[in-house]
Design a protein. Structure first.
Length: 488
């Protein structure tokens, strides 16, 4: 361990010989830097990990090149054509499939199914007679073999190795010569000549750089599993996300079988695509048509429900919103949300009270989405507002009604993107009536039929309530309570 006195002596000796090199101190665990020596790291609070690091002066000189430069039009592209991974939903997110020489980072919370997904990708790639090397640092080879037996992933071209040393991993690559290399996970691999503990900033940075460099030179598709922190961000240095070509986020609720893969960064395709998967005890299965997962299978209308159409990437998904409004005995009513944004619900309640006469200041309001869907898009405001009013009045909406639109602070309904795709998906799923924002004040209240779907243009939330017959009097005084609403 370096001491303050040793740092001062080294600085004085170097000052006599010439300009002193820049001396800094860095934590060997997390990479935190400071200008003076301290006994405890100011970032990870570890003791005795701050050591002296001297930045040596070096001169960059011309060296040998690996290949001569050539005009860009003469560079061959045949070796970089993407090939299918065998999992259609992953190909959709990647923009066509696995690209040779590409480095892909898959991040997600523990237990979400990252290893299961990549084992399925490895098995399907091996089934297509492409050699695959799966390196596991978190499990034993026998444990991975048991999971492969359960999911039907035993193929001759799938090789398995349990290693935690970078040199051993590179040795396996030399011997197997795979076209796809899976590292599970990068936080468990360490290099012996690099300071720090496995999973630390320095180790993750150096190990990832070595693996990516090897993949580029040998034209191997590299897939790395990365951990996430408590706040959901990718663990390790931020530079890791800049080194790789593709960053995929694997997410899903523990109480739901649905899993989604989102492309956060993609040099080979779009970043607004989403892949859907069903995770069960028998493995993970791609869901090519997930739009009906978030719709309740009940028959007959129920008060407090409305169907929204949200966009997950380029894919429209129909989700059911449920609301419950009860009289509150408390001075401060409760506002509880699940699957929807609390701030958006608070905004909708304020707009309903101010511009639609729906007085909910003495009522508890509960809003939830069905099936574990996360409705964060502003286009779901109209459906949430109608579900809340339906629950407040105790009258159900028709089962064949969808609502699309963002709610403004003055009560107006604002247009959202991809209205055509949303309406087409609602019609395909059997819905017959839809509310959407009006193109102009002149078209407000007008309706038209598009492919069997009756579309009503609405410019204000009050007009939507009037068209549905949602009067704002006390629900106990209504003689038709319990009868579903239909468009007039």
């Amino acid at each position: 361990m370096a001491s303050p006195s040793s740092g001062k002596s080294s600085s004085s000796s170097s000052r006599t010989s010439g300009r002193a090199p820049k001396v800094a101190y860095q934590c060997s665990d997390c990479g935190w830097e400071t200008g003076k020596w301290v006994g405890r790291c100011g970032e990870c609070q570890a003791w005795g990990t701050v050591v002296e690091r001297s930045a040596p002066r070096s001169r960059v000189q011309a060296g040998p090149v690996t290949a001569p430069a050539r005009p860009i039009g003469e560079v061959p592209i045949e070796d970089s054509q993407s090939r299918s991974s065998g999992v259609p939903e992953l190909d959709r997110v990647l923009g066509g499939g696995l690209v040779p020489g590409a480095a892909i980072l898959l991040a997600g919370e523990p237990g979400v199914g990252k290893s299961t997904l990549l084992l399925e990708v490895a098995a399907q790639t091996a089934r297509l007679r492409h050699r695959v090397l799966y390196v596991t640092g978190e499990e034993s080879a026998a444990q991975v073999r048991m999971r492969a037996d359960r999911t039907g992933g035993i193929f001759p071209e799938l090789f398995l190795a349990a290693e935690t040393d970078l040199g051993a991993v590179l040795g396996h690559v030399e011997e197997v010569k795979p076209t796809l290399l899976v590292i599970d996970s990068v936080q468990t691999i360490s290099a012996g000549d690099v300071d720090g503990v496995p999973g630390g900033v320095t180790q993750v940075k150096e190990v990832s750089a070595a693996l990516i460099r090897m993949a580029k030179l040998r034209n191997i598709t590299l897939v790395i599993i990365g951990h996430v922190t408590k706040d959901g961000s990718i663990a390790g240095p931020r530079v890791l996300e800049h080194l790789v070509d593709v960053v995929l986020q694997f997410e899903g609720e523990r109480t739901s079988r649905l899993r989604m893969v989102r492309a956060v960064k993609n040099r080979y395709g779009p970043v607004d695509e989403v892949g859907c998967f069903d995770l069960s005890a028998t493995g993970i299965v791609a869901i090519t048509d997930p739009t009906g997962l978030f719709l309740d299978a009940r028959h007959g209308p129920v008060p407090g429900t409305c169907v929204a159409v949200s966009m997950e990437g380029r894919r429209p998904l129909l989700s059911e919103v449920q609301a419950l409004v009860t009289h509150s005995p408390n001075e401060r009513p409760r506002r509880t949300c699940s699957g929807v944004d609390n701030a958006r619900v608070a905004l909708i309640l304020a707009v309903l009270q101010q511009h639609a006469g729906i007085r909910l200041h003495a009522h508890d309001v509960f809003v939830s989405s069905v099936g574990g869907a996360r409705l964060t898009e502003p286009s779901n405001d109209a459906a949430i507002a109608l579900a809340i009013v339906s629950a407040y009045l105790g009258r159900p909406l028709g089962r064949d009604i969808v609502a699309i639109g963002e709610l403004g602070l003055s009560g107006e309904l604002r247009r959202v993107r991809d209205l055509g795709a949303r309406l087409a998906e609602a019609g395909r799923m059997g819905f017959r009536q839809a509310f959407m924002p009006a193109e102009s004040p002149a078209t407000a209240g007008q309706s038209k039929v598009l492919d069997g779907l009756r579309v009503v243009e609405v410019d204000h939330v009050r007009r939507a309530l009037d068209l549905l017959g949602l009067q704002r009097e006390d629900p106990s005084s209504r003689g038709d309570a319990g009868r579903p609403f239909t468009l007039h």
